[in-house]
Design a protein around this ligand. Structure first.
Ligand SMILES: NC(=O)c1ccc[n+]([C@@H]2O[C@H](COP(=O)([O-])OP(=O)(O)OC[C@H]3O[C@@H](n4cnc5c(N)ncnc54)[C@H](O)[C@@H]3O)[C@@H](O)[C@H]2O)c1
Ligand SMILES: [Zn+2]
Length: 353
């Protein structure tokens, strides 16, 4: 079993292995004495894996309750958050009880935020079931729900007590969900690790799944350890995300996060070449790696549409923006630029050399 230790305000382990669902109760008991456990899951994930998790927790001595909600980003809202808080209160959960988040990033963000707020904070355990949740959202303690005005506007930094990443579940994921998470793994490779990047570029995501998850989590862990509250180095994790968010917003969230980030990652690398910051070559390498993970770098929006979306997203003019620019595979730089320059970067990103 692979284990990654996170040393943030809370110390916890991320275990990565096959067969972890069946051991979830036993492993949780190492960090939280058997108590009451509220399993939080969307209905689709619950129907696939919920029973197995409940049985494992019950066998380890926990008294298990369940809160399920309809799958999808639309459930990451204050209404579902409130229902979960009320379910905890109605069942008389106390501060020493736990929440178990079984699912993708939506479940983890929602359950984590409820854990941060219920009785001013209870412990929670993440069991990620998408690759995106495994390599990104389950680690690092950012929790949130969406408000009408935008994504993730209400939330808290609240670290989990344990993350159990069962690679059997990830191996069974449908291809589009695998590709989504792979975009973030390629991002980690571009940020800090050429060997990880080359593994993905060689189309070895599934063969090397445990290694890919562990290496990605280690890179995220290092950035979280350095900058838990996101005021410095952690911003590197936004590589590809400024343009990615603009694509998500232009598509009214029809284009998934991972697919949008893949395009954003390629475009920022391309722009650095067109603007003469990098010699040609890097963006083509990134495009090849993304293609090997089933990710396209084309999108149907013009540079103007994307720039308008990105600038309205920033909701501020005249300020500075931090761009994350790949300089070579494994090394990126934070570059401060006037926010108005974003349009030039986005235009350059679709340009020919
Ligand atoms: N907290 C963070 O640091 C962080 C980082 C990145 C993303 N996020 C958040 O994560 C969310 C996206 O995560 P996601 O893509 O995992 O979304 P998700 O949780 O909605 O899962 C995507 C879909 O996959 C289904 N699903 C989940 N596991 C499955 C499985 N094993 N087999 C079959 N279907 C399965 C779900 O039912 C859902 O329909 C966004 O809300 C984003 O804001 C948070
Ligand atoms: Zn992301």
């Amino acid at each position: 079993m692979r284990a990654v230790s996170v040393n943030a305000s809370v110390k916890y382990n991320v275990y990565i292995s096959s067969g972890l669902i069946g051991r979830s109760g036993e492993l949780s008991a190492l960090v939280a004495q058997p108590c009451r456990a509220m399993l939080v899951s969307d209905e689709r994930v619950y129907s696939l894996y919920g029973r197995a998790v409940e049985e494992s927790y019950a066998a380890a001595g926990y008294s298990v309750d369940r809160f399920t909600f309809p799958p999808g980003e639309a459930s990451k809202n204050l209404g579902v958050f409130g229902s979960l808080m009320n379910a905890l209160a109605d069942a008389r959960y106390i501060r020493s009880d736990i929440i178990v988040a079984l699912g993708g990033g939506v479940t983890g963000d929602l359950a984590g935020f409820a854990a941060s707020a219920y009785t001013r904070g209870i412990r929670y355990i993440q069991i990620p079931t998408t690759l995106l949740a495994a390599v990104d959202s389950s680690v690092g303690g950012k929790t949130a729900v969406n408000l009408n005005a935008g994504k993730n506007l209400a939330g808290a930094f609240w670290q989990p007590s344990l993350v159990l990443c069962d690679t059997d579940i990830l191996r069974d994921l449908p291809g589009d969900l695998l590709s989504d998470g792979a975009a973030e793994a390629v991002k980690y490779g571009v940020l800090r690790d050429e060997a990880l990047f080359d593994t993905l570029a060689a189309g070895r995501l599934i063969d090397a799944l445990d290694y890919v998850v562990e290496t990605s989590v280690c890179i995220k862990r290092d950035l979280v350890n350095e900058d838990e509250f996101d005021t410095g180095a952690r911003q590197l994790l936004n590589l590809g995300h400024t343009i990615g968010h603009a694509i998500e917003s232009c598509s009214k969230y029809e284009i998934s996060h991972g697919r949008a980030v893949a395009i954003g990652l390629y475009r920022i690398a391309r722009a650095a070449e067109v603007l003469g910051i990098n010699p040609p070559g890097l963006s083509a390498r990134i495009r090849t790696a993304l293609a090997a993970c089933g990710l396209s770098t084309e999108c149907g929006y013009t540079a103007d549409e994307l720039a308008n979306a990105a600038l309205s997203d920033k909701k501020r003019r005249g300020g500075m923006l931090t761009l994350i620019v790949p300089r070579e595979i494994g090394r990126c730089e934070l570059m401060e630029a006037p926010i108005e320059n974003l349009r030039d970067w986005i235009t350059a990103g679709e340009g020919a050399l």
